[in-house]
Design a protein around this ligand. Structure first.
Ligand SMILES: CC(C)(COP(=O)(O)OP(=O)(O)OC[C@H]1O[C@@H](n2cnc3c(N)ncnc32)[C@H](O)[C@@H]1OP(=O)(O)O)[C@@H](O)C(=O)NCCC(=O)NCCS
Length: 244
């Protein structure tokens, strides 16, 4: 039997090459500390959909199809499966709450996917959840097949989802990108996105203690949490999953 290399290990050469040894060491340290401590740091970006969108910079002929709503449910599942990645466990819940799925094709071959939700309540991490206003959406779950990376497809998906959102009355899209994911940060830089805050979450396992810090804007302007006091009355009025 051919031994299979565990998935995280397969990513080592890519991370070393495209994110560099500094980011690689930080990611390795984070994984090594995982049993006792885990942390995230994200930049949060905003795109004003009332202004003209910056053009995507995909290198090649790419088509995008958006799947949303009950009639698209089975087709969306089939397209995700054809990317050869495990289906998200909450795929149906995503469709039920009205999320849009973008699939990128080259000819007829699906090569990438990404989602956008328009509903408050999606978890960021450690019980912290998104607050989205009625005219806002957030992109998440971007994935490009490894052999298609480096062709600017992330920008194609981002602009396609933002265009779809705009056609449906959404005025602003907000998105998070890990500060250690320089591959993704490249898209935010090239499309000229506005950084509105940086969010840091550190979880000490065992005692269950979580440190939360936002730089640039108060955490509670964008995030909420069940049983988590973020120190702002308006945020506490929101229920998980409420559209505000
Ligand atoms: C992050 C990701 C979505 C970027 O998609 P993409 O379509 O390859 O993006 P781009 O073509 O714009 O390339 C972005 C960066 O990837 C790196 N890159 C270039 N060629 C690459 C290749 N062959 N393989 C991997 N990374 C490559 C470069 O750093 C590039 O930035 P640069 O153009 O400023 O040099 C993709 O790498 C991916 O699916 N990664 C795994 C999942 C993930 O991290 N999702 C992001 C969630 S926010």
């Amino acid at each position: 039997m051919v031994p299979t290399v565990p998935r995280p290990w397969r990513r080592i050469p890519e991370i070393l090459r495209w994110r560099g040894p500094g980011h690689f060491l930080l990611l390795a340290l984070r994984e090594a500390l995982r049993p006792v401590l885990y942390w995230y740091a994200w930049n949060v970006y905003s795109t004003d959909l009332e202004k003209p969108l910056t053009q995507p910079y995909g290198r090649g002929e790419f088509d995008v199809r958006i799947f949303a709503g009950d009639p698209d449910r089975e087709a969306a599942r089939a397209q995700l499966a054809s990317l050869g990645e495990p289906l998200p466990a909450n795929c149906d819940a995503r469709m039920n709450r009205g999320d849009a799925l973008a699939i990128v094709y080259t000819a007829t071959e699906p090569v990438a996917c990404s989602w956008m939700t328009f509903t408050s309540g999606m978890e960021l991490a450690f019980g912290i959840t998104w607050i989205l206003h009625p005219n806002e959406g957030t992109q998440y779950g971007a994935f490009v097949l490894p052999k298609w990376r480096g062709y600017g497809i992330f920008s194609v998906m981002n602009v396609a989802l933002n265009s779809y959102a705009r056609e449906h009355g959404i005025k602003r899209s907000i998105g998070t990108i890990s500060v250690l994911n320089s591959q993704s940060l490249s898209m935010a830089r090239k499309l000229g996105k506005t950084k509105i805050m940086t969010v840091i979450l550190i979880r000490i396992r065992g005692v269950g203690w979580t440190f939360r810090k936002a730089i640039g804007a108060p955490l509670q302007t964008r995030f909420s949490g069940k049983g988590v006091d973020l120190g702002y009355a308006a945020a506490r009025r929101l229920g998980i999953g409420d559209k505000v």
